[in-house]
Design a protein. Structure first.
Ligand code: T46
Length: 139
């Protein structure tokens, strides 16, 4: 899936701690208009089960371990966010599900737009039809 990129970002270490960053026109190709984060995952913690029609995102896990799975209905791709210096840059149109594999994990998301429920497809059958019509597949 070319439209999902896993990148390793810089880590600047000093006696006071470590610092990592990413920037527009370098690692990401969009403005971030919203940041949200998911934490205090429950034991039955599988989340997601939706796709975004337009939203682009950058995801990272500053603490813990999160597995994120994407599909376009044909190819499935799984990513393990287990290091604060790993980021996922995600183009629009992919169905995703994710799970925390470690207590205390945090998933942070930088999104290209403000919250709009109309941008979500939350039914998988509906997603497959949308994907076929919009030809968002990378295949
Ligand atoms: C995504 C994954 C990784 C808001 O009111 N504003 C917001 O900005 C967000 C993100 C959510 N909400 C509301 C909508 C629902 O009533 O919070 C509730 C939980 O959202 P949702 O069920 O979509 O949560 P996740 O964890 O399944 O998905 C979220 C994001 O919605 C989604 O964009 O890609 O994290």
């Amino acid at each position: 899936m070319e439209k999902i990129r896993e990148l390793k970002i810089k880590k600047i270490q000093s006696p006071g701690g470590s610092l990592s960053f990413f920037e527009k026109n370098k690692e990401i190709n969009f403005d971030i208009k919203r940041i949200y984060f998911i934490y205090e995952f429950s034991k039955e913690n599988r989340r997601g089960f939706h796709a975004h029609k337009e939203l682009k995102q950058v995801m990272f896990c500053p603490h813990g371990k999160i597995q994120v799975e994407f599909t376009d209905g044909r190819i499935k791709q799984s990513y393990l966010l287990d290091d604060p210096t790993k980021i996922l840059v995600i183009e629009k149109g992919y169905w995703r599900e994710f799970v925390s594999l470690e207590e205390g994990s945090i998933l942070c998301v930088g999104a290209s737009d403000v919250y709009d429920e109309k941008d979500y497809i939350r039914n998988y059958e509906e997603y497959l039809k949308w994907e076929a019509q919009n030809n968002e597949s990378t295949i």
